[in-house]
Design a binder for this molecule. Structure first.
Ligand code: FDA
Length: 310
């Protein structure tokens, strides 16, 4: 992994730097490119615009790594409010939510897994009542077992609950085989966290090759694969695989992040594919924003230029 990328990813988890970056009057233009706004009405505005272009959404209330139960409870309440806000739009499965278990208390020193499960369950119940689903994001590698176990538990009563697999992790090819079963919704991503060589591929070519292999496993399996990527090569790979396997358009998804390759999102939707944009909103944008900077040096240059020309 390039040095700059490592530095940005490590900065994304440092509370001191978080205070510096978020305390600076950062050019809104840069953050606004990746984040739909700070409030739920902002996010619902973005949902309406995307829906008008035939693009489905998964809403993400920004927040992660909470350190107390009260904060975790506020995450639950924010998601319940988001689902209430989506209800009048009548979008059904075209508007779901994505959650990070670390925002629901997974990392609390005592009983974090139980706290996260107890707080995320009402969100999943509310989503089911609304006729939609929840996808559980994947965070750093130490949380993978706990996160997959919580998804499995939620799926017992809410089988539409989605999991995320990160192609960069060595274990993921096995996990993809396990999860490529009927009814199983799986978003495959490359992985946005800094991981050691013991658990993850370190160079881009190896990650890309692993992504292609896992995608094939998921598409040839019986579940509902969701390709979370902007990479033209991986998008072409999914197009080729669905053509070859004859999968119906509602049995797989392209998923892209809000603000990234928006013209490609529209192009794929107009071609008849299901496209879902991951739409983050909220005040706690620091970790999400730093991961987007790390993914692409051009984003960092844009950010630094905006600071300089303020
Ligand atoms: P890659 O990084 O190779 O980029 C391919 C091309 O896409 C670039 O050349 C550029 O054109 C464009 N691009 C990629 N990133 C960009 C950026 N930040 N800004 C502008 N252009 C960019 N990760 C994780 O660990 N856990 C998770 O739960 C999720 N969830 C998730 C949901 C969805 C819908 C997506 C699309 C991604 C995630 N991710 C994630 C992030 C994922 O792991 C990965 O870091 C990014 O998607 C970047 O990888 P790509 O597959 O896009 O390829």
């Amino acid at each position: 992994m390039p040095v700059l990328q490592k530095a940005l990813l490590s900065a994304s988890r440092r509370p001191g730097l978080r205070r510096v970056v978020t305390g600076t009057p950062v050019s809104r233009r840069v953050v606004d490119r990746f984040v739909a706004g700070e409030t739920l009405p902002d996010a619902l505005g973005a949902v309406r615009e995307l829906a008008a272009d035939g693009i489905a959404v998964t809403l993400d209330h920004l927040g992660e790594d909470v350190t107390d139960r009260a904060e975790a409870t506020r995450s639950r309440d924010a998601y319940l409010a988001a689902l209430d806000g989506l209800a009048p739009l009548g979008l059904g499965r075209a508007a779901e939510v994505s959650v990070k278990l670390s925002a629901f208390g997974q990392a609390l020193p005592v009983g974090g897994d139980d706290v996260a499960l107890a707080l995320v369950r009402p969100v999943v119940e509310a989503a089911t009542a609304l006729g939609t689903t929840v996808t559980v994001d994947m965070e750093g590698s130490p949380t993978v077992d706990s996160t997959l176990a919580i998804v499995a538990e939620l799926r017992r009563e809410h089988p539409g609950t989605g999991a995320v697999l990160q192609a960069m992790l060595h274990r993921t090819e096995d996990d993809a085989r396990t999860l490529a079963v009927p009814g199983s919704r799986v978003r495959l991503v490359k992985g946005a966290y800094q991981e050691p060589a013991t658990v993850a591929h370190q160079d881009k070519a190896a990650v890309d090759a692993a992504y292609a292999r896992c995608l094939e496993t998921l598409v040839r399996g019986g579940g509902h694969p969701m390709a979370g990527t902007h990479d033209p090569a991986m998008i072409d790979r999914l197009l080729a695989l669905v053509a070859e396997t004859g999968r119906a358009a509602d049995s797989y998804e392209f998923q892209l992040l809000y603000g990234i390759r928006p013209e490609e999102q529209v192009r794929l939707a107009r071609a008849g594919h299901t496209v879902r944009a991951y739409v983050p909103y909220g005040a706690d944008w620091y970790g999400y924003f730093m991961r987007r900077l790390a993914e692409r040096p051009a984003n960092l240059q844009f950010f630094l230029r905006s600071l300089a020309t303020r």
